[in-house]
Design a binder for this molecule. Structure first.
Ligand SMILES: Nc1ncnc2c1ncn2[C@@H]1O[C@H](COP(=O)(O)OP(=O)(O)O)[C@@H](O)[C@H]1O
Ligand SMILES: [Mg+2]
Length: 210
């Protein structure tokens, strides 16, 4: 089993959006996939429940209850963890000990960038991250690439000591799809394909580190 943790202490950064789309991609790639929902709001669980009837269903696991490891079927090949807002590395210790990669979504605003720094610092202090055993990457999310605010924020993000592995644009498609139990990878239209392309460097990075 390979485990990807999607985390940021900042609420609204796009953890659930990134975690659900990534889980769908793994499932569409033919992997038995589970989504551990560590957030008490359970948005990721509702998403997986809506997907339950599909061939590419993703198994939701309640990460807010103790003993979730025991509820994980042994045939799961990919585990995506949707962390709760507010959790710093300390609270994430149990999953940081086991994860194979960490993705940190960040919105392109000064407030979001500044709010993410303490979380990244807490990650950087983790022994597995320090030793290079746990790769961490940043995901720019809700970009409006034509605005100078987005461009400046991405410039700053790229100066941080972790690679920026995707620049996901702001689109209602993500809002609508999460509500339907879908992902950008479930659609074939020209417009959605453009958004799939935004994920290409992230998926390439994961192939390398997993
Ligand atoms: N790329 C995007 N484009 C448009 N809306 C987005 C995008 N990413 C996230 N959102 C919306 O922003 C809100 C917060 O995203 P969410 O994934 O729930 O963040 P988190 O799980 O970190 O709190 C949700 O309403 C979500 O639908
Ligand atoms: Mg969430």
């Amino acid at each position: 089993m390979r485990t990807v943790l999607v985390a940021s202490s900042k609420g609204g950064a796009g953890k659930t959006t990134v975690a659900t789309n990534l889980a769908a991609w793994f499932a569409l790639d033919g992997k038995h996939t589970a989504l551990l929902d560590a957030d008490r709001q359970h948005s990721a669980t509702r998403w997986a429940e809506k997907r339950a009837g599909m061939d590419t269903a993703v198994l939701p696991i309640d990460g807010t209850r103790r003993g979730w490891e025991g509820r994980l079927p042994s045939d799961i090949q990919r585990l995506v963890i949707d962390a709760a807002a507010g959790d710093m590395a300390g609270e994430l210790e149990a999953v940081l000990a086991k994860a194979d990669a960490v993705l940190v979504p960040v919105n392109p605003s000064m407030i979001d960038l500044e709010a993410t720094v303490p979380f990244l610092n807490s990650l950087a202090a983790h022994p597995r991250v320090k030793k290079g055993k746990l790769p961490v990457a940043l995901v720019g999310n809700r970009l409006k690439p034509w605005t100078s605010a987005s461009q400046q924020a991405m410039g700053q993000l790229k100066a941080w000591p972790y690679p920026v592995v995707a620049e996901l644009r702001d689109t209602q498609a993500y809002v609508l799809m999460v509500a339907l139990g879908k992902s950008v990878f479930d659609y074939r239209s020209e417009q959605i394909r453009g958004h799939q392309d935004d994920w290409a460097p992230l998926l390439k990075w994961l192939r390398k580190v997993l």
